[in-house]
Design a protein around this ligand. Structure first.
Ligand code: FUL
Length: 433
């Protein structure tokens, strides 16, 4: 879950100017425990908060800034949102992550080399602070002018090494990683073809980033592993606004987002912005509950369960096709070395009606499949193709028309190395299908 929160929540702006008075930040019933319990109950794995957005206001008492919660009336200047949220996340068993915008419209040093040091000290006060493990550091690529009209030349090497030094396991997000990459749009759509690799050499976040279709699809022969993360908001804006309470995404729309992100080899980072009271709006939390219920309903019954599975190429007993039907991530089917095409037949436990096909590659051995198709056996003995796609990756969910069949064939048509798959599922989506 992404949480955009800060002065913009109170002014209704998307990009604050940096000149907002600190006393506008004054949530009336701040409750990070509520955010975390909603996130937990609806299936999120962690929360990433905008510790500092482009307006420069810090949601923690950053010692190198005088534009922070410490200068606000909230809790008489003694409050710390990062502390409250990190504690709440730990209590719920959720991961805690931060967005700390490099672009700063408030800091007087912005646009000069000194700002890079200020930003490093800012990162240090988060990653070396009292907030425990930070699982992700979100570097926004936006780079506009600071208070004196100048743009900043960011020292990305220095920023990365600072996070690495203090929080070695943190995933660093940006347009070009190094941990994971932006998906190239804010519509919630990963590419149907989506490689987790991409070339980053010579590129920077922001204006120097690769083309958006490259970000969206990755590159088959890309040099580094930078899986796509799909950030998208549950509302039209990134920040809460009462006027948008009627435009919160519907359950069907959220399920669609799940398919176009998680279902296309990407992580979904769904923004659910808290309101001026410092709580998640009931409209949003009700929608999330509906989203969770819908996913549970769609994915509770794998119609491929109990199928007999066989492959036309055999690697050995340890890699049999039925391994794709169990729940153990590490048990997989694999073709022999050098074999780049294969056909797997699933004789289902009777006739089944489905419209969603789920596939997973065994990612510890990389992403390999370049092209695949799915067919069903018709009563006249012929095969009918119901899907023809490119990449699979960590997880792929293919949407088809509703079909009824008792035999399904998966054809791996091309692969970079022998394919290794660990999951095959068939589901019926009666909600959006
Ligand atoms: C963008 C920012 O400019 C937006 O305000 C928002 O934070 C989004 C997640 O990233 O680059």
């Amino acid at each position: 879950m992404f949480c955009h929160f800060g002065p913009n929540t109170f002014t209704g702006m998307e990009w604050g100017l940096g000149t907002e008075a600190e006393d506008i930040f004054n949530p009336t019933a701040m409750d990070c425990g509520q955010w975390a319990s909603i996130a937990k109950a609806t299936g999120f794995k962690g929360i990433i908060i905008t510790g500092k957005h482009h307006d420069g206001f810090c949601l923690w008492p950053n010692p190198v800034s005088n534009h922070t919660v410490a200068q606000s009336p909230w809790k008489d200047g003694k409050g710390d949102v990062l502390k409250e949220l990190s504690d709440a996340c730990r209590k719920e068993g959720l991961k805690f992550g931060v967005y700390v915008s490099p672009w700063d419209r408030n800091d007087p040093h912005y646009g000069s080399p000194e700002y890079n040091d200020v930003y490093v000290k800012t990162l240090e006060s988060v990653h070396g602070g009292d907030y425990g493990e930070v699982f992700e550091q979100w570097f926004d690529g936006a780079n506009g002018e600071g208070p004196n009209g100048k743009k900043q030349e960011y020292d990305w090497q220095l920023f990365h090494s600072t996070v690495l030094r203090l929080m070695p396991d943190a995933i660093m997000f940006s347009d070009v990683g190094p941990g994971c990459r932006w998906v190239g749009n804010e519509r919630g759509e990963a590419g149907r073809t989506n490689w987790s690799r991409m070339d980053v050499e010579g590129f920077t976040p922001g204006a120097g980033a690769p083309a958006t279709d490259v970000l969206n699809q990755g590159q088959e022969d890309g040099a580094v592993w930078v899986p796509a993360e799909t950030d998208v908001s549950i509302r039209p804006g990134w920040f809460w606004r009462e006027s948008e309470n009627g435009s919160v995404r519907s359950v069907e729309n959220l399920v669609g987002l799940y398919y176009s992100s998680v279902g296309r080899n990407s992580l979904l980072l769904l923004n659910v912005p808290p309101d001026t009271s410092g709580r998640i709006d009931p409209v949003d939390s009700a929608r999330l509950a509906g989203f969770r219920e819908a996913l549970n309903e769609i994915f509770s019954e794998n119609l491929a369960k109990g199928a007999k599975a066989s492959a036309d190429v055999i690697r050995g007993r340890k890699f049999k096709a039925t391994n794709m039907l169990d729940e153990d991530y590490d048990s997989c089917w694999a073709a022999p070395d050098g074999v780049l095409q294969a056909s797997l037949t699933f004789n289902l436990d009777g006739e089944k009606t489905f419209n969603r096909i789920l596939l997973q590659e065994y990612i510890p051995l990389g992403q390999r499949v370049k092209a695949f198709s799915v067919e069903i056996l018709l009563p006249d003995g012929s095969w009918k193709e119901i899907a023809s796609e490119t990449t699979i990756g960590y997880k792929r969910i293919i949407l088809t028309d509703k079909v009824t069949a008792s035999t399904v064939r998966l054809r791996i048509n091309d692969s970079l190395a022998c394919p290794v798959l660990n999951r095959f599922g068939l589901f019926l989506d009666g909600i959006t299908g």
